[in-house]
Design a protein around this ligand. Structure first.
Ligand code: TEU
Ligand code: CA
Length: 533
């Protein structure tokens, strides 16, 4: 089979040509009234997701966890967190979603386990324990200080001294998240067994947590200091990830995961959280079509919401990705906050424009639950913070809770998330102002626009498959073509002229009539999709 054919065969269409949707399970729907979203809640919304048109759902961690980092501290990789439901619930979710053409992706956290995982409990028990070498242990320096200068992404040294055996263990995140030693073959095999376990249960793929970081420098050399040219995030950390992330050997591991995924009849996809700020480094994770199926694009996420910068990031992505590599576009997630706030200051015309961008570029859009209704971040008072990042860095960094609040289903007490009167695990946002029920049958709503965009994408060969091509356009506008479909976007408060003609297929402006235009004039913050000719 030619590679092009492979790319657009039925089996791959759901992830290359469809739309993915990220659900934070604790915050989607609470089916049993304990204030925590759960799997049965998600099952109850599958018809909604099918109605919206999504073809794949990525669930944030669903496995057992002490929740010091809300599921990213896994204590059993082949289990379901009791707060979210049972293995049967998850199997039912996979089946029922499948009946609706929706594929389920789980979150795979291979870099670290919970300190409560039995592997780590054994590892720390003695220097000669069976799992000692499964984690990264090192002796103190002669003065007792940590083995090297590595800093945790969540603050402080990345090393924690462990009394019983007089060594330090590595944790790139919290000290309750011990980094696994990926130089150890048994670790590699055990984690492949985890992938197999879930693939055999019909899981369609994984979002892979910090996919680029699992292997560390074997000699544990010091990281280099940050320089003034570095990204602000690196400057805040004070050092580059020279030796603790993005090491050459990680590609061997990803290739093995890919081989395993590809060994199944139905393709299983690997969507990596390649949290890298250099696009060339991101592109490397596609390998030669033998590594990640998709690598998240954080330079796009962190772009300002301006025509010039977004266009630059997209052009650079298109030029750096290897042939046949499939881009992925996202604006919000459970870490970076919601784009309707971050990019759009809560303004609906900007949010509508952003949805057009996400849905019309070449590649797969990943919506975060609530993006479709333009849900914004919710301020969380300090005493209600749940995220360890906010708890630690308040007020400089208020953490990530504000984008993890319960989904707004309706205006009634409890937002349609929990029964009325139940206190949710994280406070509600303003669900009276923005919710699914109010938007569902309103043709001018964000939800209707989002659904229309998804439908248009699914119908249009151009939007699903054609290449991306920038077109010259006035300042603060961004015009590009996908085959014979044109997308014209105005990123300003002024009307703008785009030298384009054709038939209007969609506009963010509910007032614009469909039909042909001779010379397109864009309203402030308007986005228009045109069929040429
Ligand atoms: O995120 C990795 C990551 O780099 C982020 O933690 C980012 O630096 C941080 O959010 C900035 O505040 C993944 C998960 O998405 C995140 O939720 C986890 O906390 C983290 O890994 C550890 O597992
Ligand atoms: Ca519940």
């Amino acid at each position: 089979m030619e590679p092009e054919e492979k790319m657009s065969s039925d089996a791959t269409r759901w992830w290359t040509e469809g739309v993915l949707y990220q659900i934070y399970p604790r915050s989607y729907v609470d089916s049993n009234g304990d204030g925590i979203g759960d799997l049965r809640g998600i099952i109850s919304k599958l018809d909604y997701l099918a109605w919206l048109g999504v073809t794949g759902v990525w669930l944030n961690p669903t496995m057992e966890s002490p929740n010091t980092d809300w599921g990213y501290d896994v204590s059993d990789y082949t289990s379901v967190h009791p707060e979210l439901g049972t293995m049967e619930d998850l199997e039912e979710l996979i089946d029922r979603a499948g009946e609706r053409g929706i594929h389920i992706l789980l979150d795979f956290v291979p870099n670290h386990t919970s300190d409560q995982h039995e592997w780590f409990m054994d590892s720390r028990s003695a220097k000669d324990s069976a799992h000692r070498d499964w984690y990264v242990w090192a002796d103190p320096k002669p003065d007792g200080s940590p083995p090297n200068n590595w800093r945790s992404v969540f603050g402080g040294s990345a090393w924690e001294y462990d009394d019983p055996t007089n060594q330090y263990y590595l944790h790139n995140f919290l000290d309750t998240q011990a980094d696994l030693n990926w130089w150890n073959e048994d670790v590699r095999n055990a984690m492949e067994d985890v992938l197999r376990f879930w693939f055999d249960r019909g899981v369609a793929g994984f979002r892979i947590d910090v996919a680029h970081a699992v292997v560390k420098d074997r000699e544990l050399r010091d990281n280099l200091p940050a320089t003034p040219e570095d990204d602000p995030r690196i400057q805040r950390l004070g050092q580059q990830h020279t030796f603790n992330m993005d090491q050459p050997e990680v590609h061997d591991i990803i290739r093995k995961w890919r081989k395993l995924a590809d060994s199944y009849d139905q393709p299983r996809i690997l969507l990596g959280e390649t949290f890298l700020l250099d696009l060339a480094r991101v592109a490397a994770y596609y390998g030669t079509g033998d590594e990640l199926n998709m690598a998240f694009n954080f330079p796009f996420v962190f772009s300002s919401f301006e025509a010039k910068q977004l266009k630059e990031v997209v052009e650079l992505t298109e030029s750096l990705l290897p042939p046949l590599a499939w881009p992925v576009w996202t604006g919000s997630n459970h870490d970076v906050l919601r784009f309707p706030t971050r990019w759009c200051d809560g303004e609906s015309d900007k949010t509508r424009l952003a949805l057009v961008v996400l849905m019309t570029l070449r590649g797969t859009p990943v919506l975060y639950y609530g993006d479709e209704i333009g849900m914004t971040d919710t301020k969380i008072p300090r005493e209600e913070l749940r995220d360890p990042v906010g708890q630690r860095f308040w007020p400089e960094d208020r953490g990530r809770d504000s984008c993890r609040t319960p989904m707004h289903w309706s205006a009634e007490d409890g937002a349609g998330f929990s029964p009325p009167g139940v206190e949710p695990w994280l406070r509600y946002g303003d669900y009276g102002a923005c919710n699914v029920e109010d938007q569902k049958d309103k043709s001018s709503s964000m939800l209707s626009l989002c659904r229309e965009l998804i439908a248009l994408r699914l119908e249009s060969d151009d939007l699903r498959r054609a290449g991306y091509e920038s077109v010259e356009s006035p300042e603060n506008t961004w015009v590009f073509r996908r085959g014979s479909t044109t997308v014209a976007l105005n990123f300003s408060d002024e009307a703008a002229r785009a030298d384009e003609s054709g038939t209007v297929l969609l506009s963010t402006d509910p007032a614009r009539s469909r039909g042909s235009v001779g010379e397109l004039s864009l309203a402030p913050w308007e986005g228009v999709i045109l069929a040429q000719g």
